[in-house]
Design a binder for this molecule. Structure first.
Ligand code: ADP
Ligand code: MG
Length: 227
């Protein structure tokens, strides 16, 4: 059974004259353990596709099976549990909470998940160590570089030990040195078995991925595997 299976997904924002067809009949299968890059021009539907895969957004038509389950048939609380437990999200703008330290930011999803305080602290420390931020645990986002903030966001995504990571332009706000560091971390995670789907408009970063899915105007125009 594939990890993710999209069948003829259509997503339309708005209606009538203002309708935007963001995804047009998109079908896609992702197996466990893949590293796939999603590429395409701005407005081609990449974020909409990722939000669908991450159960953050619902299609207007078509079906999405995640781990064999028809996502449309799940309740909002079941979806929230899946997002919290099985999916780690990483965004371009890091989306850390400014008033919380790195450690507190990483702990937060575990707070929502109901993990006990001493256990979640241990998990968060371990996640920050994995991204080499053991010296920044008590720093606030404003006291960290962009690369450090994104590594904190990766640690937060890892805290619940999800099987998949969805990253929307994770290096979009970073210079090339910090981008390479983030990519190295993502490849490490993939080699440890995590399924990774990463949006990028940097062709040189996409070229490193085992699979490149190219979107144009809401459609998949190519889907190639290098291995
Ligand atoms: N919430 C929204 N409401 C209306 N239109 C939207 C919304 N989100 C995205 N769109 C439109 O859908 C299309 C695809 O957007 P998006 O998935 O964000 O593309 P990308 O991530 O490739 O830039 C664009 O035309 C965009 O303007
Ligand atoms: Mg986008």
């Amino acid at each position: 059974m594939p990890l993710m299976e999209l069948k003829n997904i259509c997503r339309i924002y708005g209606n009538g004259e203002n309708a935007v067809h963001a995804l047009k009949n998109v079908s896609l299968t992702v197996q466990r353990g893949e590293f796939a890059a999603i590429v395409g021009a701005s407005g081609s539907g990449k974020s909409t596709l990722m939000n669908t895969l991450g159960c953050l957004d619902k299609q207007n038509s078509g079906e999405y099976f995640l781990n064999g389950k028809n996502v449309s048939e799940l309740s909002e609380s079941e979806l929230a549990a899946i997002r919290n437990r099985d999916i780690g999200f990483i965004f371009q703008n890091f989306s850390l909470i400014p008033g919380l330290t790195a450690l507190e930011n990483v702990e937060l999803p575990l707070v929502y998940g109901g993990t006990r305080k001493n256990i979640r602290r241990r998990i968060a420390i371990h996640a920050l160590e994995k991204v080499s931020l053991q010296n920044k645990m008590n720093s606030f986002p404003s006291e960290m570089s962009g690369g450090q903030q994104q590594r904190t966001a990766i640690a937060r995504a890892l805290a619940a030990d999800p099987s998949m990571i969805l990253a929307d332009e994770p290096t979009g706000s970073l210079d090339s040195k910090n981008s390479s560091e983030i990519m190295r971390i993502l490849y490490d995670l993939n080699s440890q078995g995590k399924t990774i789907i990463m949006i990028t408009h940097d062709n040189s970063l996409a070229a490193q991925a085992a699979r490149i899915i190219r979107l144009s105007d809401g459609k998949i125009i190519s889907d190639s595997k290098t291995v």
